[in-house]
Design a binder for this molecule. Structure first.
Ligand code: PMP
Length: 455
């Protein structure tokens, strides 16, 4: 159906399958239209009509107000916040919008070093280093940690930034089945003997790379099992907490807190500030663990080593001061250091909202991926032609959703990816559920029988 295919514009995360891509372009040719030719099916250009990003998306096309179900603003900090915003404005006045220098060339303000320490304390590691962009944190750090002669064992659904970092490192990369500890162990067993000391094996170093919450699946990492395997085979563990830090755990400290894993057992903790903290940038937090970080036999502390050697730190401009202050303030709110209980309320709210929304969608008969407590919930569409149809019909009723297809997912695993926030009210969610239910019937994506409604 050509009208359905019109406007199929998947979010591109850099996965590639050359032949499928060509086939896809052929399909597009047949219909004689560029892929992104249905402006009514998505919202690329948005404006806000108030300060709360989760509720106030304005489609510039028709100037209609939409409820935003696509934003990573998990805790609602990307809004005018009574505690964070005045402090970010103060930082702007005091330090300006940019340091105009890398950290090592005068770009480290007092805010920056305060933030490094605050992040380390928050995530539960002795030291941390903050970078200007989350994507760059992964893609620039991995090549500093490992190189030729090393082995990266990477989850098959890892984010593009991790994939790029791994590819850029020159290490051998082996992909293990998504979130499947038994397969990870199989791969490790095939490549090293159990218990073999690090110095006696064919690899200079082995790093297992996983995510806390998988951004396209909404699934929690099977961290306890993966930690046990990494310990058994003496492999380092790199955990990307972009979607979990701030969003899950009793005090927002991410998957380790949620799943009862000791942070000392995760060697390299990475996260971004673009989601729960309503800011920008990324961090690496490390233990005092000594990693054989270079080809030389020098053993150094991880964060110190990154400060000396990581090009993104040495040559890239430091995170903007107001953004740094926003993160500091958001963490203070989460820890109750602002003197209120708003942090705890936000954390309780995102959990309640996420679990409510997920279970209601399931009751309606949708196939929803992911785990309880995760604010990321993909609704499976499967057929690519349903991507623009679902998005367009939701938009018509002023609900903005992010839809995802090839190459970000396999061709036939298209989905709508809902992100829930603490700043969504119950009324917001109930209205969104009504809209999604109607659109689900229209587009034909309720793959399971609906649960009968309780009287
Ligand atoms: N890691 C993961 C798992 C992500 O999902 C993302 C982006 N969504 C990033 C890293 C990159 O982060 P940023 O958008 O903050 O650059």
């Amino acid at each position: 159906n050509s009208s359905n295919l019109q406007g199929y514009a998947p979010i591109c995360l850099g996965l590639e399958d050359f032949y499928i891509r060509r086939l896809y372009l052929r399909i597009q040719d047949c219909f004689g239209r560029p892929i992104a030719s249905a402006p009514d099916a998505w919202f690329d250009l948005v404006e806000r009509y108030s300060n709360d990003h989760n509720k106030t998306l304005k489609r510039t096309e028709k100037l209609s107000r939409c409820l935003n179900l696509g934003s990573y603003n998990y805790l609602g900090f990307a809004a005018a916040d009574e505690y964070c915003t005045p402090r970010a404005i103060e930082a702007l006045k005091r330090f300006s919008s940019s340091t105009c220098s890398p950290r090592v060339d005068g770009g480290t303000t007092t805010l920056h070093s305060e933030l490094d320490d605050c992040v380390a304390k928050f995530v539960g590691k002795p030291a941390a280093l903050v970078f200007g962009m989350g994507y760059v944190t992964n893609s620039a750090i991995i090549p500093v940690l490992i190189g030729k002669g090393g082995l990266i064992i990477s989850d098959s659904l890892n984010h593009s930034s991790l994939v790029n970092g791994a590819r850029g490192s020159g290490a051998t990369i082996i992909v293990f089945q998504h979130n499947t500890p038994s397969h990870l162990e199989k791969v490790l067993r095939e490549h090293i003997a159990e218990g073999q000391p690090r110095t006696h094996r064919p690899w200079k170093k082995i790093i297992v790379v996983v995510e806390g919450i998988y951004s396209m699946e909404g699934e929690l990492c099977k961290l306890p099992e993966i930690v046990a395997i990494c310990k058994k085979y003496k492999a380092y563990l790199y955990l990307d907490e972009a979607h979990s830090i701030g969003a899950v755990g009793k005090t927002g400290r991410g998957v380790c807190e949620l799943l009862g894993v000791d942070t000392a057992d995760v060697d390299i903790m990475m996260g971004t500030f673009t989601k729960s903290f309503g800011s920008c940038g990324g961090y690496i937090a490390g233990s005092k663990l000594t990693m054989n970080t270079s080809k030389s036999i020098l053993l150094q502390e991880l964060i110190q080593y990154l400060k000396y050697t990581c090009p993104a730190h040495l040559y890239g401009t430091a995170i903007s001061p107001p953004a740094a202050q926003q993160i500091l303030s958001a963490i203070q709110v989460l820890l109750g250091e602002d003197g209120s209980i708003r942090g705890a309320q936000k954390l309780a709210r995102i959990r309640e909202n996420s679990n409510f929304f997920r279970s209601e969608l399931q009751k309606m008969g949708f196939e929803v991926l992911g785990d309880n407590d995760s604010p990321v919930m993909p609704i499976m569409l499967y057929n690519p032609s349903k991507i623009p149809a679902f998005s367009r019909e939701c938009l018509k009723q002023n609900v903005a959703v992010v839809v995802v297809g090839f190459p970000a997912t396999p061709l036939l695993l298209s989905r709508a990816r809902i992100c829930i926030s603490a700043s969504h009210t119950t009324e917001d969610l109930v209205r969104a559920l009504e809209v999604i239910s109607k659109v689900g019937d229209l587009v034909g994506i309720k793959y399971f029988p609906a649960e009968p409604k309780k009287e």
